[in-house]
Design a protein around this ligand. Structure first.
Ligand code: G3I
Length: 305
């Protein structure tokens, strides 16, 4: 197959990109999106601050632009993200305790209900664990409402959209030996053992020289999959250029292809110039929209090469 999406579909997987609504008038951008990708994640437009800027007042315009385009084009949508300590609107940042818990659950219920039937996978909870060696939850206003806030969010999402896959999504969870990876693993194991509705784990996979692709990446993905969840690479980008970058993209794609329950990969942007890493060149297309060496490496692996 000669596009990323078609090549991924050969093995029942998807290949997606993060999309920004404000770039959808750019014809080069849209040409690549429509041609190459069969899954879409809104880069910012489905975050809490975007969808509920005032408590109880929901604004779906920019998100709908992305979701409606994806669905018209036959692409899947990954919803990102229902509950997160970051990108909260001011009113939510100022809340705590049971009022915050209730507001968070209402947000999950309202948004998942609004999009019911249109979302392939939801990042129900994003980035709830601390960095470093503690293996603890990240401190946040949501965490201070009680340890059970994560499972409460998953139960609310399941009730609102029973057809969507429900994912926990985080970064720096790629290296199997890291405390954060182990901590997320234990949470998923616990959720599965108690029947908390979780279907998938998202690995953001933002790599750079300080956080390289680990040699044990395949082990990490396989160990999570063995808990009985799908795994997805959800925000992939890798700093660098040329063959060295291409080989790292090859390795990540191979790791996913080697795990039956690794169901798809999403890159966090299309061209280098679309990346949140403004100074870098971490993506598969250059600023002009040309395919980079990394693109050819990924396509080759998806095609079984
Ligand atoms: O839209 C406003 C614009 O009106 C304003 O003038 C401008 C001034 O700062 O800000 C614009 O919003 C920015 C937005 O991106 C859109 O460009 C925000 O400031 C900026 O904070 C926001 O950054 C996003 C970041 O998440 C926020 O958390 C990045 O685009 C987005 O790529 C990044 O994505 C995250 C994932 O959601 C979670 N995992 C990590 C990943 C990378 O940080």
């Amino acid at each position: 197959a000669d596009t990323l999406g078609a090549a991924a579909q050969r093995t029942g997987r998807y290949f997606g990109a993060a999309v920004a609504a404000h770039r959808m008038s750019d014809s080069t951008y849209m040409g690549i999106l429509n041609r190459e990708f069969d899954s879409v994640t809104a880069e910012n437009e489905m975050k809490i601050d975007a969808l509920e800027p005032q408590q109880g007042q929901f604004t779906y315009g920019n998100a709908d632009q992305i979701v409606n385009h994806a669905i018209q084009q036959g692409k899947d949508v990954r919803g990102h993200t229902l509950a997160w300590h970051s990108q909260q609107p001011q009113w939510m940042q100022n809340m705590s305790g049971s009022a915050l818990r209730q507001a968070m659950l209402n947000h999950v219920t309202q948004v998942a209900t609004y999009y019911r039937g249109r979302i392939h996978s939801w990042d129900v909870v994003n980035e709830a664990f601390a960095d470093g060696s503690s293996g603890a939850r990240r401190d946040s206003n949501l965490q201070r409402t009680g340890d059970d806030w994560i499972e409460a969010a998953f139960r609310a999402a399941r009730a609102a959209d029973p057809g969507a896959k429900l994912c926990y999504n985080d970064y720096n969870t790629d290296n199997w030996s890291h405390a954060k990876t182990q901590a997320v693993y234990r949470m998923v194991q616990d959720f599965k053992s108690r029947g908390v509705p979780i279907d998938c784990v998202g690995f953001q996979a933002h790599f750079n020289s300080g956080n390289p692709v680990p040699n044990n990446y395949h082990t990490t993905l396989q160990n999570f999959a063995d808990l009985g969840v799908d795994v997805q690479i959800t925000e992939l980008d890798i700093e660098g250029s040329g063959n060295s970058q291409a080989e790292q993209y090859r390795g990540v794609t191979q790791a996913c292809m080697a795990v039956t329950r690794c169901t798809g990969i999403t890159v966090w942007g299309i061209r280098d110039s679309d990346s949140w890493r403004a100074q870098g060149t971490p993506l598969l297309f250059d600023n002009s929209g040309n395919k980079k060496a990394a693109y050819h490496a990924v396509l080759d692996v998806l095609n079984g090469g």
